[in-house]
Design a protein around this ligand. Structure first.
Ligand code: C5P
Length: 233
């Protein structure tokens, strides 16, 4: 179903003043900012607190259920809107993350499961002992994570339509690997435009370098928003 997804800007930096400068310019255009391991390991929870904007905390947690539950609990004072865990941690781990998040009540962080890293192709997956094709493994892990209580999934734009047809409209689908028409692809192998990802059924698109490395980041973000709005009417 065509929808107009929200825009998450990935602030991939260890430098808190760079993150703050981007956020100041982009706040009118971004629905949410993504801070990942690079920022978090450099600046810790205090850095996230000082950042002072609603965030998608992309920490890709993966450990035994009690440890992941503890990590989710420890994140609650930062009030992340979205938080990632690896589906490969298993159903009990995903369920523990969800239960821990529920302590925050209605505004709790939504738990997103990462299925197969897009850096792994069929061959790299086989080397880890997984004989399935990556696409089949994505479906299996997505089903497992959603059944265990994940609110949604991080997925490639090319998986959105498949995941919507398998799991319906309820799961939040958060989609990186987006490149506006004419933008540099960088290290993303299979990309889609913001409008295409919205048409496929993404709830949020995640865009980093096409915005943060642009000569005018605010204009780049505004152009992406316009492109999505034009596609969905
Ligand atoms: O700069 P770019 O738009 O490629 O940034 C995309 C963001 O989404 C980065 O923070 C990257 O780590 C993240 N990401 C991704 N592919 C995934 C999962 C996360 O590109 N499968």
């Amino acid at each position: 179903m065509a929808r107009s997804p929200g825009l998450i800007v990935a602030l991939d930096t260890a430098d808190p003043s760079q993150a703050a400068a981007w956020a100041a310019r982009l706040a009118p255009h971004a629905g949410l900012f993504k801070l990942g391991l690079e920022f978090f390991i450099a600046n810790g929870p205090a850095g996230v607190r000082a950042f002072g904007q609603p965030v998608f905390l992309d920490l890709k947690l993966h450990d035994i259920p009690a440890t992941v539950a503890g990590a989710v609990r420890a994140s609650l004072p930062l009030a992340p809107r979205l938080l990632t865990v690896h589906a490969t941690g298993g159903g009990a781990m995903v369920a523990a993350a969800r239960r821990a998040a529920e302590a925050a009540g209605e505004d709790r962080p939504r738990i997103l499961a990462v299925t197969v890293l897009t850096s792994l192709d069929d061959q790299a997956l086989a080397a880890t002992g997984i004989a399935a094709r990556a696409a089949d493994h994505v479906l299996r892990l997505a089903g497992l994570a959603l059944a265990a209580g994940a609110d949604g999934l991080v997925c490639s734009p090319h998986e959105v339509a498949l995941l919507r047809s398998a799991f319906g409209e309820a799961p939040l689908l958060v989609v990186p690997g987006i490149r506006p028409r004419g933008a540099e692809v960088q290290d993303q192998a299979r990309t889609m435009s913001p409008a295409e990802a919205g048409a496929a059924g993404a709830d949020w698109i995640v865009v980093g370098r096409p915005i943060t490395a642009a000569a005018d980041p605010a204009a780049a973000a505004a152009a992406i928003r316009r492109e999505m709005a034009a596609a969905t009417g």
